[in-house]
Design a protein around this ligand. Structure first.
Ligand SMILES: O=C(O)C1=C[C@@H](OP(=O)(O)O)[C@@H](O)[C@H](O)C1
Ligand SMILES: C=C(OP(=O)(O)O)C(=O)O
Length: 440
C-alpha cells in the first residue's frame, strides 16, 4: 500500500457551488457484472472510475469479457455466460462489490479460480456467502483463515432442490451476490430458484438496487417481504442496450453535509428524488438536523447554518441500519450539533474498510470531542469553539474516514488528513472538488 502525502486543511467558514457526482460505486460494479453476463452488447455511461471499479473491470477482462473503453465514464461490454476463461487468479483490492458478486458468479459457473484482495479484504467476512453457495453444491476452499478470503473456487455440482439459505446479518452483499449470480443457474433450471434469508437482513436498500438493475437486464425477481426471493426458471440476462449510471449517493452525503454547515447553497447533480440508492435518505437526516433541502428528480440543493459563525445543527438519536455508509457523515456532522448525537444499529461498521466504530471514536477524540461507543453504536458530543484541538487524522485506508474528516475544516483550527489519497477507492478527485466549494 502506498501512502499519499498528508493534507493540511486550514479553517473554512463557507461552502457554496455546484458539484457533479462521480458514478455510483454500487451501481457501477453491479452493472459491469450484469453486462458481462448478459447476452448482447451493453453501452454504459456515467461509470465510476476509481479503485473499486478498476479491479472489477480488470477481473472481467481477465475472465475473457470484451470490454472497450469508450471515453471518460463510458464503456462497451459484450457479455455472455459462462465466461470464456475457466482459470484465473483475480486480485480484487478492497472492493466488496467486486469480491462478493464475483465469488458467487464464478462458483456457479465452476472452474479454477483464485480470488484475493488487500490485507484488509482478507479480514472481511465472507463465510455466510460461502456457506450459502456450498449449500448449492459449489466447491469453494478457504486459502487462509476459514470464513475469510482468499478463496479458491473449483468445479462444483450445482443443484437447487431446496431453497438456498443465506444469512444477511453481517452484510447484505451476500444476498446481492446470490441474486446477481442466480440466473447463471436458473437459465438452465427446470424449477424456480428460491433464496431464503435466515435471520436479520441489514442494509436493505442495497437489495432494492440489485433487484432494480436485474430487472433492467430482463430478470424479474419476485419477493415475499425480505424473507424469500424467487428467481424464475429460465431467467436469462439480456442487454438493455444502454445503461446510464447515476451519481453516487454516499458521495453526495459529503456535499449535502457541506451545504448543511457552510451556508450553501450546494447544488449536487447526478442523483435526486428519482435515485434508486438508499443513501439519498441522508437528505432526510440533514433536514431533521435543520438544513434546507430542495429535491429535483436528478439533483438536490442544500443550504443550512454557517457553523463557523456560531450556527448549530439539531442533535439526533437514530437508527442508521438502512444507510450505513452515509451514516459516517452524520457522525462527523455531530461535531456541530446542539447536543450529543447517537448513531444506532451500525454493527456492520466493524467489518468494512476498517473497524469504523473504533476509527471514528479514536479520530473524533483527537479533535477534542467526547465520544462513547459500543458494539453497534456510537455517541458523539459536539465541540464548542474553544474545545477544538488541531489534529492529524489517521484514515485507516478508509476513503470515508478521509472524506468525513474534511468536514472538520469548519472548526476554528487546522486539521491534517493523513493519507488523503485513500479516497481513490470511490472518489479520486474528492479533495480538489472540496477545495473548489469552500472558502475562509
Ligand atoms: O451492496 C452494496 O453496493 C453495498 C452494500 C453495503 O454493505 P453491507 O451490506 O455490507 O452493509 C455498503 O456498505 C457498501 O458500501 C455497498
Ligand atoms: C463498505 C464500503 O465498501 P465495500 O463496497 O467494499 O463494502 C464503502 O464503500 O463504504
Amino acid at each position: 500500500m502506498t501512502v499519499s502525502p498528508s493534507l493540511c486543511l486550514p479553517p473554512v467558514s463557507l461552502a457554496a457551488g455546484q458539484v457533479h457526482l462521480p458514478g455510483s460505486k454500487s451501481i457501477s460494479n453491479r452493472v459491469l457484472l450484469l453486462a458481462a453476463l448478459a447476452d448482447g452488447a451493453t453501452q454504459l455511461d456515467g461509470l465510476l472510475d476509481s479503485d473499486d471499479t478498476r479491479v472489477m473491470l480488470a477481473a472481467l477482462r481477465q475472465l475473457g469479457v470484451a470490454v472497450e473503453d469508450a471515453g471518460p465514464g463510458r464503456a462497451r461490454l459484450r457479455g455472455g455466460s459462462p465466461f470464456a476463461v475457466r482459470q484465473a487468479d483475480l486480485f480484487l483490492g478492497n472492493a466488496g462489490t467486486a469480491f462478493r458478486p464475483l465469488t458467487a458468479a464464478l462458483a456457479l459457473m465452476g472452474g479454477d479460480y483464485r480470488l484475493s484482495g488487500v490485507a484488509r479484504m482478507h479480514e472481511r467476512p465472507i463465510g455466510d456467502l460461502v456457506d450459502a453457495l456450498a449449500g448449492l453444491g459449489a466447491d469453494i476452499q478457504y486459502q487462509g483463515n476459514p470464513g475469510y478470503p482468499p478463496l479458491h473456487i473449483g468445479q462444483g455440482a450445482i443443484q437447487a432442490r431446496q431453497p438456498v439459505k443465506v444469512k444477511g446479518s453481517v452484510s447484505s452483499q451476500f444476498l446481492t451476490a446470490l441474486l446477481l449470480a442466480a440466473p447463471i443457474y436458473a437459465a438452465q433450471a427446470e424449477h424456480d430458484l428460491l433464496i431464503d434469508v435466515e435471520g436479520e437482513l441489514i442494509s436493505k436498500p442495497y437489495i432494492l438496487i440489485t433487484l432494480n438493475l436485474m430487472a433492467q437486464f430482463g430478470v424479474q425477481v419476485q419477493r415475499q417481504g425480505w424473507q424469500r426471493f424467487i428467481v424464475p426458471a429460465g431467467a436469462r440476462y439480456r442487454s438493455p442496450g444502454q445503461v446510464h449510471i447515476e451519481g453516487d449517493a454516499s458521495t453526495a452525503s459529503y456535499f449535502m453535509a457541506l451545504g448543511a454547515i457552510g451556508g450553501g447553497p450546494i447544488h449536487i447533480h447526478g442523483a435526486g428524488s428519482q435515485s434508486i440508492q438508499g443513501d439519498m435518505a441522508f437528505a432526510d437526516v440533514i433536514e431533521a438536523m435543520g438544513a434546507s433541502v430542495i429535491r429535483h428528480p436528478d439533483s438536490i440543493e442544500v443550504s443550512g447554518p454557517r457553523v463557523a459563525q456560531g450556527g448549530r445543527l439539531k442533535a439526533f438519536d437514530r437508527d442508521f441500519n438502512l444507510i450505513p455508509d452515509a451514516a459516517m457523515t452524520a457522525a462527523a456532522l455531530a461535531l456541530y450539533a446542539d447536543g450529543p448525537c447517537t448513531l444506532r444499529n451500525i454493527g456492520s461498521w466493524r467489518v468494512k474498510e476498517t473497524d469504523r466504530i473504533h476509527a471514528m471514536h479514536t479520530e473524533l477524540e483527537k479533535l477534542g470531542a467526547k465520544v462513547e461507543s459500543g458494539p453497534d453504536w456510537i455517541r458523539v458530543y459536539p465541540l464548542a469553539p474553544s474545545q477544538w484541538k488541531p489534529a492529524s487524522i489517521a484514515t485507516y485506508d478508509d476513503h470515508r474516514m478521509a472524506m468525513c474528516f474534511s468536514l472538520a475544516a469548519f472548526g476554528p483550527v487546522p486539521v491534517t488528513i493523513l493519507d488523503p489519497g485513500c479516497v481513490s477507492k470511490t472518489f479520486p478527485d474528492y479533495f480538489s472538488v472540496f477545495r473548489g466549494l469552500v472558502r475562509a
